[in-house]
Design a protein around this ligand. Structure first.
Ligand code: PMP
Length: 401
């Protein structure tokens, strides 16, 4: 039972306001099924709301556990569900170093460092690279964990218009040349599916002597010959000071990394508080990441099929007259604008069997509420065709198209 005493009334008031503004967030149980389906709130739905882009997520069954046991034996070790301490204290199982060395080779960088998750990687990396008196140039649509990293660092947050290189250059040219500068960008923007103009950003960081950090959360596994990420696919690996990415999306697992020159990684080990002051990821998670990483590297067909599914859904939505913004990737927003209509539209889709999550401010700018679709390599063509039909009917019903 909810007991509200006077001291907590403000909480209730704020939550009531969120409800009135159709901005309340609810937790709905979700059980992932095969081939791009999910059971959400007891209902079976086509899963157009998952970051499991390559379809690599899988439950830990007896066969996989056996594989982990064999794999652990290679390290003269066992499957470990806990790490007992931070890496700098007592929790530095040999598997981390082995994994990081191999992963750095794959990324084409000198070194690599595993973080517990992407949120902690971004906050830890940014707050150690810059501090008070420094400047961070950040795309206006960068992920919340980047924004929080900048806030934590106390550096000045200079936001440039989304992918607007003229604006970025104007801001760089006005900045104090003596101050340390960091440019940070998502490579694929999480709520828009647009792609960062990395080549132009690299030119500007060279011209103005800035550091450059990229967040490959949504491009890791999906872009690059073996899924190394967007920077790799456009040949700019060596131009980037810190590559950050996650194992929670295309890798179908959990955790994150920073990759870069060994000097940068040594610095992060010594300075990144979200690395230093936390218990390391359980070694079994690294085993799981390693297992899926093998599939990412060999997953050429998964990347190809994913792109085919992207074209099918995005072009179908465009043909029906929906606004998909600047999407160029497996993230396809359907921009509606108004919060209430967005929620009604997404509720309707869910009631009729498509898991499609309403994304509202503050996650996206005011007036840009949307339903965000994401594709997976495991989606079947016939399921997507059925979903397109349903989405079009719902679009007409709610006067979106
Ligand atoms: N960066 C981006 C661009 C993201 O979309 C996300 C997660 N949605 C993160 C970082 C945080 O990663 P994690 O979920 O591993 O904390």
């Amino acid at each position: 039972m909810n007991r509200i005493d006077g001291r907590l009334q403000w909480m209730k008031d704020e939550l009531d306001l969120l409800k009135r503004q159709s901005q309340q967030r609810l937790l709905t149980p979700a059980v992932i099924l095969a081939e791009g389906w999910v059971v959400r709130g007891g209902r079976r739905m086509l899963n157009l709301a998952s970051n499991n882009y390559l379809g690599l997520f899988q439950p830990l069954d007896a066969a996989l556990l056996e594989e982990f046991i064999q794999q652990a034996a290679v390290f003269d070790s066992e499957v470990k569900l806990g790490s007992t301490a931070s890496r700098l204290i007592n929790g530095n199982d040999p598997i981390y170093g082995q994994f990081e060395q191999k992963f750095a080779e794959y990324k084409g960088t000198g070194s690599c460092l595993v973080f517990s998750n992407g949120y902690m990687a971004n906050t830890g990396i940014i707050s150690s690279l810059v501090g008070r008196n420094d400047l961070v140039f950040s795309d206006r649509l960068n992920h919340a964990s980047i924004v929080d990293g900048i806030t934590l660092s106390r550096a000045e947050n200079i936001r440039y218009r989304h992918r607007d290189m003229n604006h970025l250059e104007t801001l760089l040219s006005k900045a104090d040349p003596l101050k340390k500068k960091l440019i940070v960008t998502d490579t694929i923007f999480s709520m828009d599916g647009s792609i960062a103009p990395l080549q132009s950003i690299v030119e500007l960081k060279n011209k103005y002597g800035a550091l450059l950090m990229v967040d490959e959360a949504h491009s890791g596994g999906v872009y690059g010959e073996q899924g190394q990420g967007l920077a790799h696919s456009v040949g700019l690996m060596q131009e980037i000071d810190v590559h950050m990415g996650t194992f929670s999306k295309a890798y179908g697992c959990y955790g994150a990394y920073a990759a870069g020159d060994s000097l940068v990684i040594e610095y992060l080990i010594n300075k990144a508080r979200s690395f230093i002051y936390t218990t390391s990821l359980p070694p079994v998670v690294i085993q799981a990441v390693w297992h899926n990483w093998t599939k990412v590297r060999e997953g050429h067909w998964r990347r190809r099929v994913l792109q085919e599914r992207v074209v099918l859904l995005r072009e179908g939505l465009k043909r029906s007259g929906f606004n998909v913004g600047e999407s160029e990737s497996q993230i396809v927003p359907l921009i509606i604008g108004d919060n209430d209509r967005t929620v009604l539209f997404s509720d309707y889709l869910q009631q009729h069997g498509v898991a499609a999550v309403a994304v509202r401010p503050p996650t996206v700018p005011e007036g840009e509420a949307r339903v965000r679709f994401t594709l997976m390599a495991t989606h079947r063509v016939e399921d997507l065709a059925w979903a397109l039909d349903l989405i079009e009917r719902a679009g007409k019903k709610f006067a979106i198209i």
